[in-house]
Design a protein around this ligand. Structure first.
Ligand code: AP5
Length: 207
């Protein structure tokens, strides 16, 4: 089974992805995480991606599609993939259709005024991949899950977030219609309790 998680920045894709991938035993592939890993390791891909990500812009389509195509060809994706943050443009969706059959697209809906607050308060853990919010964990710098150090993503500041949301509205939102017309779209109210959202996603997938 291949699933796409669609939603604006901060809509909760990463938060729900860990739950979905473990329930359905599908490999969680986050294009944002792959780019950040490359930036951390200073690879040529990371050097290119950094300029786009720091400004809140999308990385080039061809580069992103080639990266995903290579990643999902590996053995750990054989049982199925949960695409988190991919596709993000109509071009990427059309390319994805050429190499993977998409069974279900989960679209997380959250009012835009709440997205900024969610992202600016997000703290992430490099060691275990967990994401948290200062509303729940306060200003601690220690990961509540694994005890390692928490950090704030460089693109998680108010100015860049506003640009990311504008880019989402213009380039990614058209995918809602694209997948609705294919009959695979499941709309989820993402402005809810995290566990309630997950329950709704499970119902949507199994419907
Ligand atoms: P990426 O890493 O994918 O970022 P994003 O799409 O902007 O999404 P986020 O990771 O910011 O948010 P999320 O929806 O995962 O929310 P989360 O669960 O963390 O991409 C980064 C960049 O990489 C892009 O800007 C682009 O430059 C590039 N890129 C990536 N993919 C690309 C592609 N395909 N093509 C081109 N470029 C690409 O939750 C957010 C916060 O809210 C957390 O603090 C969390 O604890 C909290 N939270 C979650 N759910 C709830 C809830 N229900 N109630 C209250 N708080 C909640």
């Amino acid at each position: 089974m291949n699933i796409v998680l669609l939603g604006a920045p901060g809509s909760g894709k990463g938060t729900q992805a860990t739950r979905i991938s473990s329930r359905y035993d599908v490999k969680h592939i986050s294009t944002g995480d792959i780019f950040r890993e490359n930036i951390k390791n200073g690879t040529p891909l990371g050097v290119t991606a950094k300029g786009y990500i720091d400004q809140g812009h999308l990385c080039p389509d061809e580069l992103t599609v080639a990266m995903v195509k290579e990643r999902i060809s590996r053995d750990d994706c054989a049982k199925g993939v949960l695409f988190d943050g991919f596709p993000r443009t109509i071009f990427q969706a059309q390319e994805l259709d050429k190499f993977a059959k998409i069974d279900c697209v989960i679209n997380l809906n959250v009012p835009s005024e709440k997205l900024i607050r969610r992202i600016v308060g997000r703290r992430s853990c490099l060691a275990c991949g967990g994401t948290f919010h200062t509303d729940f964990i306060g200003e601690t710098k220690t990961c509540p899950t694994c005890g390692q150090e928490l950090y704030q993503r460089k693109d998680d500041n108010e100015e860049t977030v506003k640009e990311r949301i504008a880019v989402y509205e213009e380039q990614t939102k058209p995918l809602v219609n694209y997948y609705e017309e294919k009959g695979v779209l499941v709309n989820i109210d993402g402005d809810n309790d995290i566990e309630k959202i997950f329950t709704d996603i499970v119902k949507g997938i199994e419907r």
